[in-house]
Design a protein around this ligand. Structure first.
Ligand SMILES: NC(=O)c1ccc[n+]([C@@H]2O[C@H](COP(=O)([O-])OP(=O)(O)OC[C@H]3O[C@@H](n4cnc5c(N)ncnc54)[C@H](OP(=O)(O)O)[C@@H]3O)[C@@H](O)[C@H]2O)c1
Length: 406
């Protein structure tokens, strides 16, 4: 098969022919129809940590089940049956230890970490969901301890969401204040939808507050994102406005989907004294420090959901807690629910898609150049020469870069 292969020692990548993978126990072989590009793909291409001679790049994919390991004979789950349209994610070249990548014509993956794609979603739409949606879900459910149809907080010992009370028209009202900093990121789109799922499961009133450029506010105020308040992230006073929107109570749960430079301290300044916040980058990569912050952030890595130990080198090894894989299995079952119950319902709307021209060959020159650098810096810099570039090379703004794989 053809695959986009990273040669870590040479620090190059190109499309080459490599053996088609064979599914192992519990796995199916998927013919990939579309892949989505994530910032992390570019980060570990730019600064490889993979230790092998070659590694397949890429994380998010959607395609069709072609065959399965003999051990799965008799398994009736649709995701283990040839012809099923599925999406999922793999580690790519983002580790020292050898794990599969998605920028290829085929991938082998565990069937229970795939989800069945409803008929109304294209492969191009479906491939945007898996990694970022699971990242947001891990933060909101197991790490914050909010309830969802695929997660009961009793599974772990988390306290009830603590809310402030406030006077509103003479009535005392419990409201859970949630902030998503970076509402137009991929992570932000899924986080907002999942917060509404947590709200309806808990039967409590949530107030959803976000930051995005004003041109995105109408889109984000509408379903399925349905923000109650939105503020311009380029307005330096947005943290104060967020606190004001909570009636001075502060934010109980915040997701800093940017997690770069001063965004972490700004998000911290919006918090209620018992608030929790989640960052999605490490301190070095995101160039922030939390030593002086009174509340320390929650963080984690999405890869733990795949059940693989992940070695980042230099002694930094993330374990594979069985509970994290079990959560991912339940989450992907839930994503499949519209197919399984016959309604065809799409339970999470995919990211807006920017279909990129060319195939796997164009990922490095086009997408990796668009994704290069800090999210906040590329966003500001790219806007300056927006009118001078080809349509598909405009700065990324609230879209996922997607390739069709022939
Ligand atoms: N820890 C994990 O497991 C994990 C998993 C997934 C992602 N991540 C990380 O999470 C981050 C976000 O990833 P993503 O794929 O969701 O990003 P993305 O979709 O590429 O984000 C781009 C968006 O960010 C917005 N933005 C830029 N600077 C901003 C700021 N200062 N405040 C608010 N919004 C701003 C831009 O808005 P405008 O266009 O309006 O400027 C643009 O729409 C990345 O650093 C990624 O590496 C971590």
């Amino acid at each position: 098969m053809d695959a986009l292969v990273l040669f870590p020692q040479k620090h190059t990548a190109s499309v080459v022919s490599i053996p088609t993978p064979t599914p192992g126990p519990g796995e199916v072989l998927i013919r990939i129809h579309a892949v989505a590009v994530n910032p992390v793909d570019q980060i570990y291409f730019d600064d490889p940590i993979a230790a092998q001679e070659k590694r397949v790049l890429g994380v998010d994919f959607a395609g069709e089940v072609m065959s399965r390991h003999g051990e799965l004979d008799g398994v009736e789950d649709r995701r283990a049956i040839s012809g099923e349209r599925v999406a999922g994610f793999v580690q790519g070249a983002n580790s020292v230890n050898d794990l599969p990548g998605a920028f290829a014509q085929y991938v082998a993956a565990p069937y229970d970490l795939l989800w069945s794609i409803p008929a109304t979603l294209s492969y191009e739409e479906a491939c945007t969901v898996s990694m970022c949606a699971l990242t947001a879900a891990q933060a909101i459910f197991p790490r914050f301890g909010l309830p969802g149809p695929f997660f009961t907080p009793e599974d772990v010992s988390h306290p009830e969401p603590s809310t402030g009370t406030q006077e509103q028209g003479g009535d005392r009202e419990d409201v859970v204040n949630v902030l998503i900093n970076g509402s137009s990121t991929s992570l932000g789109y899924y986080a907002a939808q999942l917060i509404h799922i947590a709200a309806s499961t808990s039967n409590r009133k949530f107030r959803l507050i976000g930051t995005a450029r004003p041109s995105k506010h109408a889109f984000l105020a509408a379903a399925p994102y349905s923000y109650n308040h939105l503020f311009d992230y380029s307005d330096a006073s947005w943290p104060r406005k967020v606190r004001d929107a909570t009636g001075g109570v502060g934010v109980h749960y915040a997701l800093d989907t940017i997690s770069e430079r001063d965004t972490v301290a700004k998000v911290h300044s919006t918090l209620n004294a018992s608030g929790k916040y989640h960052v999605f980058r490490g301190q070095d990569g995101g160039m922030f420090r939390t030593a002086d912050l009174s509340i320390k952030p929650v963080c984690g890595t999405v890869w733990e959901g795949l059940g693989n130990v992940v070695d980042y080198g230099g002694g930094l090894v993330f374990p594979a807690p069985p509970a994290a894989r079990a959560f991912a299995v339940k989450f992907f079952e839930w994503l499949s629910s519209g197919v399984n119950d016959g309604t065809g319902n799409v339970v999470l709307q995919p990211n807006p898609v920017r279909k990129m021209p060319g195939g796997l060959e164009r990922i490095v020159p086009d997408s990796f150049s668009l994704l290069s650098g800090l999210v906040s810096v590329r966003s500001a810099a790219g806007k300056e020469n927006e009118g001078e570039v080809e349509e598909h090379m405009r700065p990324i703004s609230g879209e996922k870069l997607v390739y069709t794989v022939e």
